[in-house]
Design a protein around this ligand. Structure first.
Ligand SMILES: Cc1cc2nc3c(=O)[nH]c(=O)nc-3n(C[C@H](O)[C@H](O)[C@H](O)COP(=O)(O)OP(=O)(O)OC[C@H]3O[C@@H](n4cnc5c(N)ncnc54)[C@H](O)[C@@H]3O)c2cc1C
Length: 397
């Protein structure tokens, strides 16, 4: 019975494609509807912690992801001005042995490409912008901007922070500007070769700002994220070409390596960072939400994509176990398993924003002391990386 259940996934980002792949592997009849003409290569680097790469292995795509990724040897935190080391967590073989999966850095476009290849093009319809979803018998009907419609037994809204499916379920509520702007850019590795950068993720913490950089794409590109604070964002668009002079001014006085990296960033994009408070529910009847559509988060825990992939794993298991019998109950079960953890990661990411940007003074000193005593894997990281959502799912079945 479950083998013929049809599932419409709205959104062909990381969450939507991971969902489609998991459901296809489980024998569901899946179609992905993506608004863009091509699956997006936009975005820059993302970090994939073991809680995420373990699930990519389960989907059968980890070897392909490893071929386009970069395996860092550590995550380190440094002070903004003198570059003093505050904390270091070794990754590499050690973390893979501890958590049973590697820590990787990838370009978002590379990861989307691997997932889309595995889903296969005949399952993905591009230029299909969903404009509404309505209940139709036991299932739901999607409406598209091109005037077309599609029926499915299950609809998964993986359509990002501005989710139309979310709006259908919960009404219109604009996402909130968090007060953070991220400048993101990628630099060919040869342009930073003279800086002899370590093969690791470096996070530099300073008053009102932080600066993250690491290699992706097999080491061919260096990914740079520079986060600053801004009181308001009044533009319609969430991204703008970034002004290098504004960026340079924001990081004046920081360690010389920061200025040297900014100098080789050709066209950084400026992203306004938005989020939402945790939603009261994710599902209604045969319709549910996944990834940024239901739990957008600040990138300060490097877990947005990972949490979307955890959602995908639990959703596939709950729908498989329902075997087509009570889909609404299966979706409520999925949401019940996932909401607490996703909310905690949202809150952790938000709290990191405050911790990362402390002005120099007693609070910053207390933070640095705590970080120094937390060398190695902290209990919080253990909670994050050691989690297996499929075991959590078994515990409730
Ligand atoms: C600066 C920054 C750094 C980050 N770093 C990390 C990191 O290190 N690690 C990590 O795990 N995460 C990171 N993230 C977060 C991560 O990128 C997101 O959480 C993740 O991509 C969410 O995936 P998603 O599939 O839910 O949504 P999205 O990636 O937003 O995908 C949604 C898709 O739906 C499509 N769509 C939207 N509306 C419609 C519609 N109406 N009809 C059809 N299609 C539609 C969109 O075109 C898009 O393809 C970072 C984010 C930022 C901004």
């Amino acid at each position: 019975m479950s083998r013929s259940t049809s599932v419409a996934v709205v959104g062909g980002g990381i969450g939507g494609l991971a969902t489609a792949l998991g459901l296809l592997r489980a024998g569901f009849d899946v179609r992905v509807y993506e608004q863009s003409r091509t699956l997006s290569q936009v975005g820059a680097g993302i970090q994939l912690a073991p809680n995420c790469t373990r699930l990519l292995r389960g989907l059968g795509v980890l070897p392909a992801v490893e071929r386009v990724a970069f395996a860092p040897d550590a995550i380190e935190f440094r002070r903004w001005d003198d570059g003093r080391l505050l904390s270091e967590t070794l990754l590499g073989a050690g973390i893979a042995a501890t958590y049973g999966a590697p820590y990787l850095h990838v370009h978002r476009g590379d990861l989307v490409g691997v997932l889309a290849d595995a889903v296969t093009a005949d399952r993905i319809e591009t230029e299909r912008r969903c404009v509404g979803v309505t209940r139709d018998g036991a299932g739901a009907r999607l409406r598209f901007a091109d005037g077309g419609t599609a029926y499915a037994d299950v609809v998964v809204g993986a359509d990002g922070i501005r989710s139309v499916v979310r709006e259908t379920l919960l009404g219109r509520e604009d996402a909130r500007f968090t007060g953070y702007l991220a400048y993101r850019g990628l630099v060919p590795a040869e342009r930073v070769a003279a800086l002899s950068l370590e093969p690791r993720c470096t996070v530099r913490l300073g008053p009102g700002a932080h600066f993250v950089h690491y290699f992706v794409s097999g080491g061919r590109l260096h990914n740079v994220v520079c986060v600053i604070e801004e009181t308001s964002w009044t533009r319609e668009s969430w991204t703008d070409p970034g002004d290098p002079d504004q960026l340079r001014a924001a990081f004046a006085g920081w360690h010389p390596v920061v200025g040297a990296i900014i100098d080789v960033l050709d066209e950084p994009l400026r992203w306004a960072l938005f989020d939402r408070p945790p939603l009261p529910r994710w599902s209604s009847g045969p319709i549910t939400l996944l990834g940024d559509a239901c739990h957008p988060m600040l990138p300060y825990g490097a877990q947005g994509a990972a949490q979307a992939i955890e959602d995908a794993a639990v959703l596939a298991t709950c729908l498989t176990e329902a075997a087509g019998r009570d889909i609404p109950a299966a979706l409520v079960r999925y949401e019940t398993i996932r909401r607490g953890r996703a909310t905690r990661v949202q809150e952790m990411s938000r709290a990191n924003g405050v911790r990362f940007h402390l002005p120099d003074g007693p609070d910053q000193q207390a933070r640095d002391t705590a970080m120094a005593s937390g060398f190695g894997i902290s209990p919080e990281i253990d909670w994050l990386y050691g989690h297996d959502p499929l075991i959590a799912e078994q515990a409730t079945s």
